[in-house]
Design a protein around this ligand. Structure first.
Ligand code: ZN
Length: 310
């Protein structure tokens, strides 16, 4: 019996790719593991951050929409990303590091809360809610002690006005309740992640800079993608066909509360088109755009990758 292994990746939107790379790669110490373009709009970036190996469960990606207005999460949208860190010392390290950079922090119980420059909300959790035995997925950054590095996702939070509507489909996907009607766990032997539904704010949501676009759950391969996709369709959702995303294969559908879900495979990975030791340093284009590299590259915003510059 196969089971989805928690989160694969989370995809959000940035209007400012250079500031985005500075925040996630330099300040948070994630590795830029892939620099490519939006496959539907190759004049702008799709940036992937993650742990040292680009492992599923640690991948945060951004579509670049230059000039986009700031978004505002509403009903049926994801609104916060939860990360695992090693312990109380790591929470204190991050509080000090963020405050020293002028990033406001808060606390919710032991969790440290902050936002990126475009308002995307993050939470640092120790101990994590999920899979205490899951391998830590950390990147190596020169000024972040390895024991304090982010260790991959703990979970994700969404707004839903009637979260019970989502329960049957979540159960079809293998989610189980975590001691609360609105807290769910998804995982298996490799990794587990949490999905939390919160009461939505009164205002309608608006996708824009700092918005989370979708969340991808981790499937082994095409066989599991197709099997779970068929179960999702039988449960009344409308999955897309399998789509080739170069670094994984994907199926997308909206769950009943309106959140855009993806299932993504972990059998391809980011080393498929560049060496593991130099992930993220060169602009990688999928085969359909490689012949237009000379036209595409000058359109893209110059970026400074702190790792490549060091
Ligand atoms: Zn995705």
């Amino acid at each position: 019996m196969m089971a989805l292994q928690g989160l694969h990746h989370i995809t959000a939107i940035t209007a400012d790719a250079p500031a985005n790379v500075d925040f996630y790669a330099r300040l948070l110490g994630l590795r830029l593991v892939k620099k490519t373009v939006n496959f539907d709009e190759p004049s702008v970036y799709h940036l992937y951050f993650g742990d040292e190996a680009g492992a599923p469960g640690s991948i945060l990606t951004f579509f670049e929409f230059p000039g986009a207005a700031q978004g505002r999460p509403g009903d049926g949208e994801l609104h916060a990303i939860q990360w695992r860190v090693g312990g109380e010392d790591a929470l204190a390290f991050w509080e000090a590091r963020l405050v020293a950079e002028g990033v406001a922090t808060g606390r919710d119980g032991p969790a440290v809360l902050f936002q990126d420059p475009e308002g995307l909300a993050h939470e640092l959790h120790a101990p994590p809610h999920t899979g205490a035995g899951d391998a830590p997925l950390a990147a190596a950054a020169p000024d972040i002690p390895s024991e304090h590095a982010l260790q991959g996702f703990d979970g994700v939070r969404a707004y839903a006005s009637v979260p019970d509507r989502s329960a049957p489909l979540l159960e079809t996907l293998g989610f189980r309740r975590d001691g609360n009607d609105e807290h769910w766990l998804l995982g298996g032997e490799e990794r587990t992640a949490r999905l939390v539904y919160d009461r939505p704010p009164g205002d309608r949501g608006r996708q824009g800079a700092g918005s989370i676009h979708h969340v991808a759950w981790s499937a082994a391969d095409d066989a599991e993608l197709q099997a779970v996709g068929a179960e999702v369709a039988a449960a009344g959702a409308r999955p897309t066909p399998v789509i080739d995303r170069q670094y994984f294969h994907s199926v997308y559908f909206r769950e009943p509360s309106g959140v855009l879900f993806e299932l993504a495979t972990r059998d391809i990975g980011f080393a498929v088109d560049e060496p593991p030791e130099s992930l993220g340093e060169a602009l990688k284009l999928p085969p359909q755009y490689e012949g237009r590299r000379a036209q595409i590259e000058p359109l893209l915003t110059p970026l400074v990758n702190p790792r490549a510059a060091a």
